[in-house]
Design a protein around this ligand. Structure first.
Ligand SMILES: C[S@@+](CC[C@H](N)C(=O)[O-])C[C@H]1O[C@@H](n2cnc3c(N)ncnc32)[C@H](O)[C@@H]1O
Length: 358
C-alpha cells in the first residue's frame, strides 16, 4: 500500500445499458467543471476533421471476459441449479436500471407537510388529527418511491453475477484502458474496490495492470458476495490457487478518522455501489473515505441513468470541495494536455492538486 500522497485523480463514469455497457463518452463523461470554459459543440472547433476523429472519442478494443472467469461463472451457475435463472436475471436487471435514489428524510418531511396542508384546505376541519395523519401516510405511501436495500445473499449474488459480470467488467475496463492510454507509465501497485461484488474490478485491473499490481483489497458488506468472488478466483472451489494473486477480502471499509489517511491505494474503485447506499449522509462518508484512501486514481462508475448521473455528480462535487484541488479526469473535446491545467487560468500547473479536463 502506498503511504505518500501525490496528485490524485477522480474518474467518474456512467454505464449505458446497451451492448457491453461501455458508456457513451459524450453523454456520460461530459461533466462540467465550474470555472472551466466549455467548447460549444455547434462551433467548428474540429475544423475539417471528420467526427470519428473527434479527440473525445475513445477507442476501446472489443473486450472478452477472461476465459477462466467465464468458465467458472458458468460452472457455478450449473452447480446451483437455480430455477428460472433467466427470469430472475431479467427481473434484477430491470430493477437495477429503474432504481431511483433513496428519498432523504428532509424531503419526506417536506412532502408530509405539503400533503397535510392540502388535506386541511380541502376537508372538513372536524377531521380528527388521527384521521389526518392516516390520510397523509396513505397518500405518502402511494406517491413516494420506496427505496429498498438489496440483500445480496447466496442466491441474489449468483443472479447478480449472471446479470452483470460482463457489463461491470466492460465498464471498469474502459476507465482503466483510458488511464493506461493517457498515462502509459502509470504502474499501480495497490487497488481497493469498494462494494466489490463478484470481483469484476479485480479481474479487469489484473487484465490491464497485472504486471505491477501486487495487492487488491476487495471490500463488500455481503459475506455471500465475498465468498462468490473468492470462488470465481479459484475456479469454483474454496481452496486452491487463485487466478489473481494478492487478493484480500474484507467486510468493512477501513476507516481512518484523520483528514489524511496513512494507508492509501494507487487505484480506488467504486463500481455500481454508491447506488446501494441508503442515504446521502452515508454516501458522503463513503466517498470522503474513498478519497482519503486514494493515492492516484479514484474511479466511480454508476449506471448511465438519471439516478446514476446524480450520484456521480454528487460525489464529484464532494471531492472538488476539498480545500486543495484534486485532479479530475473529465474526458471531453480536448487533446490530453501535457500537464495538469489550472481550472481558473487554463495554464499548466505544478501545484499538488488541480482539475484536468481532457
Ligand atoms: C451492485 S453491487 C456491485 C458489485 C461490483 N462492484 C460490480 O461492479 O459488479 C454492489 C455491492 O456493494 C455491496 N455493498 C452494499 N453496501 C455496502 C457497504 N456499506 N459496504 C461495502 N459493500 C457494500 C453489496 O453487497 C454489493 O455486493
Amino acid at each position: 500500500m502506498a503511504t505518500t500522497s501525490g496528485p490524485r485523480y477522480l474518474w467518474t463514469l456512467g454505464r449505458w445499458r446497451r451492448g457491453l455497457g461501455v458508456a457513451s463518452p459524450s453523454r456520460a463523461l461530459a461533466a462540467l467543471v465550474p470555472g472551466v470554459s466549455q467548447v460549444d459543440n455547434k462551433s467548428d472547433f474540429l475544423g475539417k476533421r471528420p467526427h470519428r476523429r473527434h479527440p473525445g472519442i475513445m477507442q476501446l478494443p472489443r473486450l472478452r471476459l477472461p476465459q477462466a472467469l467465464t468458465d467458472t461463472a458458468q460452472l457455478l451457475l450449473l452447480k446451483c441449479s437455480m430455477p428460472n435463472v433467466e427470469k430472475q436475471v431479467q427481473a434484477l436487471t430491470n430493477y437495477l436500471w429503474s432504481r431511483h435514489l433513496p428519498i432523504e428524510p428532509e424531503e419526506l418531511q417536506r412532502r408530509a407537510v405539503h400533503l397535510e396542508k392540502k388535506f386541511l384546505e380541502n376537508t372538513d376541519l372536524s377531521q380528527t388529527e388521527e384521521k389526518l395523519r392516516k390520510a397523509v401516510l396513505h397518500a405518502m405511501r402511494k406517491t413516494t418511491y420506496h427505496w429498498q436495500e438489496l440483500s445480496y445473499n447466496e442466491g441474489l449474488s449468483l443472479v447478480y453475477m449472471a446479470a452483470r459480470l460482463d457489463g461491470g467488467f466492460a465498464a471498469v475496463s474502459r476507465a482503466f484502458h483510458e488511464i493506461q492510454t493517457r498515462i502509459p507509465e502509470f504502474q499501480p501497485q495497490t487497488l481497493m474496490d469498494f462494494g466489490s461484488g463478484t470481483g469484476s474490478v479485480t479481474w479487469a485491473a489484473h487484465s490491464i495492470w497485472g504486471q505491477s499490481l501486487r495487492e487488491y483489497m476487495c471490500v463488500d458488506s455481503s459475506p455471500a458476495m465475498l465468498d462468490l468472488a473468492e470462488k470465481l478466483l479459484k475456479g469454483g472451489s474454496e481452496s486452491g490457487e487463485p487466478y489473481v494473486p494478492g487478493v484480500f477480502f474484507r467486510q468493512f471499509l477501513p476507516v481512518s478518522p484523520k483528514a489524511s489517511s496513512k494507508v492509501q491505494f494507487s487505484v480506488v474503485v467504486s463500481a455500481f455501489s454508491l447506488s446501494e447506499l441508503p442515504s446521502k449522509a452515508v454516501r458522503t462518508e463513503v466517498v470522503q473515505t474513498l478519497w482519503r484512501k486514494t493515492s492516484d486514481f479514484l474511479i466511480l462508475v454508476e449506471n448511465g441513468t438519471k439516478a446514476g448521473h446524480h450520484l456521480l455528480m454528487e460525489a464529484r462535487d464532494l471531492v472538488l470541495k476539498v480545500k486543495v484541488f484534486p485532479f479530475s479526469l473529465l474526458p471531453c473535446h480536448c487533446q490530453p494536455p501535457p500537464l495538469p491545467l489550472s481550472p481558473i487560468t487554463g495554464t499548466p500547473l505544478k501545484t499538488e492538486k488541480t482539475v484536468i479536463q481532457w
